[in-house]
Design a binder for this molecule. Structure first.
Ligand SMILES: [Zn+2]
Length: 288
């Protein structure tokens, strides 16, 4: 099979799996165009896709080249562009594609994405506590949600163990990378959602598929922190990580964990800000 045919078969199967395990997604999947291309063509393809979806185009070549995939949203029509360079192995391809499909799905089915985006882009009451909690909460939520759906599907289709091997991920390095790379000055904590997405996938595996007992799960997270040599973290950072885990755990124990509400997103934003502050304090303390 040549590579183009192989991509076509992966796209077909990824879409079928999504429909099989995520409810009410079949009509949506028919509205998603998927394009696979190498990085030299990404911007041209993005431009063309915007025209086809009737979406305003703006040049974002630098960022788009660095992404393994991204979705472009029109009015209930969607396009996904996959960067070949990052996705030439099937499990990586599935993980990226499911993450992007999940972004499209959330617009219509997570109960908050549509409303929150409208509110966040149009609100005149910027920088009230409510606004910043929602902004920070939603920034984390939309990525965490997409990542968690993708991990969930990897597990449902028995691809998870191979994926984790290929990815070379392990907790120790992942946690330390995540904390070290958090840049509190630029409010950049992009690895945080990767980390928590992976934590919940691992715990789901360890408890045999279903998250439902918050005491058991909290104990597991504590042992994960110990396995990750979390002693190098200060108490305030560790407590904030546990707090954030516990809140996410209440959401992840729902069978449709992708459906949420504004109140949860605001709480999540509050916890995320607290964690950033704790990391900031730890860094300041370490410098002295
Ligand atoms: Zn994403």
């Amino acid at each position: 099979m040549n590579k183009t045919d192989e991509y076509e078969s992966w796209i077909l199967e990824a879409k079928e799996n999504f429909v099989e395990f995520i409810p009410n997604s079949s009509a949506l999947l028919q509205k998603i165009t998927v394009i696979v291309c190498d990085e030299t063509n990404i911007e041209t393809e993005a431009k063309e896709l915007c025209v086809n979806l009737n979406v305003d185009y703006f040049n974002d070549e630098e960022n788009r080249k660095l992404a393994s995939g991204f979705a472009i949203h029109g009015k209930q029509v969607y396009g996904i562009i996959m960067n070949e360079w990052f996705n030439d192995i099937d499990d990586l391809f599935y993980m990226t594609l499911w993450h992007e499909i999940a972004h499209c799905y959330s617009k219509e089915h997570d109960n908050v994405s549509c409303d929150l985006e409208e509110f966040l882009y149009s609100s005149s009451e910027k920088w009230t506590k409510e606004y910043s909690d929602l902004l920070y909460g939603y920034g984390f939520w939309k990525e965490f949600e997409a990542e968690s759906i993708a991990y969930y599907l990897l597990q449902k289709t028995n691809r998870y163990d191979d994926f984790v091997d290929e990815d070379g991920s392990c907790f120790e390095s992942m946690m330390h990378n995540c904390i070290e790379h958090i840049d509190t000055c630029n409010q950049d904590d992009n690895l945080l959602y990767h980390y928590f997405g992976f934590v919940f996938a691992e715990i789901r595996k360890r408890v045999g598929g279903v998250l439902s007992n918050s005491t058991v799960e909290s104990k597991m997270f504590n042992s994960i922190l110990r396995e990750s040599d979390a002693d190098s973290l200060g108490e305030e950072v560790k407590d904030s990580l546990i707090d954030m885990f516990e809140l996410l755990s209440s959401q992840m124990s729902k069978s449709h964990f992708w459906v949420t509400d504004k109140e949860f997103v605001a709480k999540l934003g509050d916890k995320r800000i607290k964690l950033m502050n704790a990391i900031d304090n730890q860094k300041k303390f370490a410098v002295k």
